[in-house]
Each structure stands twice: as structure tokens, then as C-alpha cells.
Ligand binder design. Structure first.
Ligand SMILES: Cc1ncc(COP(=O)(O)O)c(C=O)c1O
Length: 482
């Protein structure tokens, strides 16, 4: 935990938990990893878990749960309608967010589907600090578009700004004036802004945005999926909140918004999702869609066991020791990589460590997907699965051209309380080796390219025979080592 000092002065992320159940993992030889990558079409989403040593693709649905969450699962009340489990979850949510209504959904994007169906009309614009892949896909599917109004610091790879997820208030005012409040479906703030490197949003910024939206009659929506990390940064970087109880901070955040939604695969370390509001009209409009797409109003597609785990997980989000673990491990990984000369997003954010693939692979054209190539190369070099977060994660323009992403990153997600410090050091070691040998990495091209969310199941191939050469170099340098 961050307030434990070591005599040596070293900054060591000390765990405030002990491990009582473990999963065996396997590290395959480099030659087998190369074959697995080929089978996966050079897309890390298509790798099989059995072929992966450390899975840093995402934290989604893979955070470690606490003993209290597992214990709660045992009291799940199975019932199609009116289950006790639902009322326990509703109470937990009311307690944490202080809002009136809760609509359950099977995961975060299901909430986005409901929001988009209710509030997005053809030609309308949703303003947001930054898009998330599934959010944008649902909005554009309904004929709307998005505009990002993140501050300039948010798009810089290296910065000392503590809240790089903040919206630019001048740009927000300008956009409202230009588009007109009647044409804005909603303004959306994403906690722990995922695609710019898990960067937090400050209370000050949320308060200002809320004031502007209320004055202009525009709905304000909060994506709280990455709230846990964001809370840690508010507590540690926003002096005014240093001594404020985390639940109080959560309630204050919720009070700024008309609607809060979240992926419970992330927030609350369970699996599921939910929409929360105190607005009667919005609630009744959204409620109609829950039984249609999700399930009855007292489960919404979630299993009752997951709902029990979520009730407890949300309460545990108010425990600083519990929510600290990911951000302090991310910081440790970033520090290791910076020492080794690897370009990473700074300041370290939540969710995971983000490597700047554009700089790392500056010899690869943007149109040949440097982040995708780096993620594939990292798997071959280490058995570690990272996620491409760059141009490959974008959707092609209507005319077929590539929208080059503002950032080309690979994300090494650190699911909560899953990996150890030696595993973080192994990761940094293999990335440093790749950095030294980066000229060996080449670009990728699509072999099969889906129209929507292509990064999930598109298949690619390396341009030239670089993957084999990389594996050969690994064998030369590491000898018998896995
Ligand atoms: C910020 C954010 N919003 C929404 C989602 C979508 O949630 P889900 O994967 O549960 O559909 C995610 C998932 O990664 C996310 O990070």
C-alpha cells in the first residue's frame, strides 16, 4: 500500500491481501508461441487461454474476487422475478451512489445499447471526454456520431498532468454553441479514460461539466466502469479529497450526473452491468428495454451469484487498500519500463501499463498497425497477451479509408490482485528485450476484416517473414530459456 515506506527508500507496491487460491499457468517454448500466434491470425483476442502465460489483455471479468464475494455467492436467491438477491444489490448500489433507481444489464455494452436506443437520434452528436469502442459502435449504429473533447494533455503520451481524462471546458462550451443543445444526445464522461491510457477525471472537472450541462438542459452520462482506479487518483492527486471517505466521493460524483452506468466485469470485480438514475422520466424510458434485451427487471441477464458478488464488490470499492493495488502495480511496471528506456504513457494511470507503440515501432507505418504488430511480437517473445489499442481498434470510414488513431498503444492490463511483482518484472524484462530488437518487428495486414469491431475477430498476417526471425533471435539470445 502506498503509505508503507521501506527502509531502503525503494518504491515497492506492497500487497494488502494474501493469496489463498491459485491457477496454474504454463509458459510454452517460443517456437510453439509462434505457431499459436499464427493460428490466432496475429490477433491476441483469438489466442487460446491455454497458450497464454500472463493474460494482460483486460481486467474485464478476470479480477480476483474476495473471500467475502465468494461467500455472498452462496446465499444467492434464484428466482425469475423478485429475487432477494436483486434487492440486496439495489440497496448496495443506493448506498454507494445515493441514486434512486437501478436497472440491471448483462454487461457494460448492454447499458450502452439501452442508452443509445433511448437517447440517440439520427444526426445527433454525443460529446465525450474520449470514446470507448463499444460506446461509439452503439451510438453510430443508431445514426448518431461522437465528438471527443478531451483536454490537449490527454492526447500527449508523456505529461505531468494528474487528470489527463479531463474534458476541455472551452471546447465543451464551443461544441454546445456550434452543435446546439437540441442536437446533442448527451454528454458522456468516462471514468479512468480507457483508450488514452486509463487516465482519471478530476472532481473539479466533473463539477464544471455538470454545471454547464444543467444550465444548457443537456443530459450528462457517467461511464463508471473504471471508477475504482479513478477514485484512487482523486484521493491521492486531488488535495481537497485527501481526507474524504471514498463512499462520500462516489455519492458526490453520482450527484453530478443524470445517468450512471457501468460494466460490473470491471467495477465491483464481478460480471454484469447496470444503469442508475434518479430521474423518473429517464428511468421509465430505459426500463422498457430491459426485459426486451436483457431479462426480467430483477436480474437483467446477470446470474444471481454474480449479483451477490457485485453487491459486496461495490462495497469493497470504498476500501482504499483494495482499490490501490492496480494503480500501484501499474506505476511499478511503468517505472521498470522507463528505467529500461521503453516509451510508456505517463503519468501512470489505472487499468494497466500502456506502451507507446508509435514510438516503439516508429519504423512501422500507421496503416500497418504498429500496436497490433507489437502485441503479436510481445506474445511471441514472452507468452504475455496484451491488447492492441490503436488504429486496428478503430472502424474504417464510410469511404473505406483508415482513420489513423490519435494514439497507438498496447495495453498491459493488470487485473485487480491477480499478478505478482516478479511477474511484472518478467513482463518489463521481455518488453525491454523486444525494444532492443524492435527493428525485427514488421507490420501487419488484414486477411479477414469484419466491418464492425474488427479488432475482436479480424485475422491478419505479418508483412514479410518477421515473426520467424523474431523467434529465431529469441532462441539465440535466451538459449534454453522458455
Ligand atoms: C470504459 C468502458 N466502458 C464500457 C465497457 C464495456 O463493458 P463490457 O465489456 O462489460 O461490455 C468497457 C469494457 O472494457 C470499458 O472499459
Amino acid at each position: 500500500m502506498s503509505n508503507v515506506k521501506f527502509m531502503s527508500g525503494e518504491n515497492i507496491p506492497l500487497e494488502m491481501h494474501k493469496v489463498r487460491m491459485v491457477q496454474r499457468v504454463h509458459l510454452l517454448p517460443v517456437e510453439t508461441r509462434l505457431e499459436s500466434m499464427k493460428e490466432a491470425g496475429f490477433n491476441t483476442f483469438l489466442l487460446k487461454n491455454r497458450d497464454i502465460f500472463l493474460d494482460m489483455l483486460s481486467d474485464s471479468g478476470v479480477n480476483a474476487m474476495s473471500e467475502n464475494q465468494y461467500a455472498a455467492m452462496m446465499q444467492a436467491d434464484d428466482s425469475y422475478a423478485g429475487s432477494e438477491t436483486f434487492y440486496r444489490l439495489e440497496n448496495s448500489i443506493r448506498d454507494v451512489f445515493g441514486l434512486k433507481y437501478f436497472l440491471p444489464a448483462h454487461q457494460g455494452r448492454a447499458c450502452e445499447n439501452i442508452l443509445a436506443q433511448v437517447f440517440v437520434t439520427p444526426g445527433s452528436v454525443a460529446l465525450m471526454n474520449y470514446h470507448f469502442t463499444t460506446t461509439k459502435a452503439h451510438i453510430t449504429r443508431m445514426g448518431g456520431s461522437i465528438e471527443e473533447i478531451i483536454g490537449d494533455e490527454g492526447l500527449k503520451i508523456t505529461s505531468s498532468a494528474p487528470f489527463k481524462g479531463d474534458m476541455d471546458i472551452d471546447k465543451l462550451n464551443e461544441a454546445i454553441k456550434r452543435i446546439g443543445s437540441g442536437n446533442i444526445s448527451f454528454v458522456r464522461i468516462e471514468a479512468g479514460t480507457n483508450l488514452v491510457g486509463g487516465q482519471p477525471v478530476s472532481m473539479k472537472n466533473m463539477r464544471e461539466v455538470s454545471k454547464i450541462c444543467r444550465a444548457s438542459g443537456i443530459k450528462l452520462v457517467y461511464d463508471a466502469s473504471l471508477l475504482a482506479d479513478n477514485l484512487y487518483f482523486i484521493k491521492t492527486r486531488e488535495a481537497e479529497y485527501k481526507n474524504t471517505d471514498l463512499k462520500e466521493i462516489m455519492r458526490e460524483i453520482a450527484s453530478f450526473f443524470d445517468v450512471v452506468y457501468f460494466s460490473a466485469r470491471k467495477l465491483g470485480c464481478a460480471r454484469g452491468g447496470g444503469i442508475i438514475t434518479s430521474d423518473d422520466e429517464m428511468f421509465f424510458k430505459m426500463r422498457e428495454l430491459v426485459p426486451l434485451f436483457e431479462g426480467f427487471l430483477t436480474y437483467g441477464g446477470m446470474s444471481v451469484r454474480e449479483m451477490e458478488a457485485l453487491s459486496v464488490g461495490l462495497q469493497e470499492t470504498a476500501d482504499l487498500d483494495i482499490i490501490s493495488q492496480t494503480p500501484i502495480f501499474v506505476e511499478a511496471m511503468c517505472e521498470e519500463l522507463i528505467k529500461k528506456g521503453v516509451p510508456v504513457v505517463t503519468p501512470p494511470g489505472g487499468l494497466g501499463c500502456h506502451v507507446d507503440a508509435r514510438e516503439f515501432c516508429s519504423h512501422i507505418e500507421n496503416s500497418q498497425y504498429p500496436s497490433g504488430a507489437l502485441a503479436a511480437a510481445l506474445y511471441i517473445a514472452s507468452g504475455i497477451r496484451a491488447m492492441e489499442r490503436g488504429t486496428l481498434s478503430e472502424q474504417r470510414n464510410e469511404d473505406g479509408s483508415e482513420p489513423i488513431a490519435s494514439m497507438e498503444l498496447i495495453r498491459l492490463a493488470l487485473p485487480k490482485r491477480v499478478y505478482t511483482l516478479s511477474q511484472v518484472k518478467y513482463t518489463a524484462d521481455r518488453i525491454a528485450w523486444l525494444h532492443k530488437n524492435r527493428e525485427l518487428i514488421g507490420g501487419l495486414e488484414f486477411v479477414e476484416e469484419p466491418k464492425v469491431l474488427r479488432f475482436f475477430f479480424g485475422r491478419l498476417k505479418p508483412i514479410g517473414g518477421w515473426a520467424e526471425k523474431l523467434a529465431e533471435q529469441f532462441r539465440k539470445d535466451f538459449g534454453e530459456s522458455l
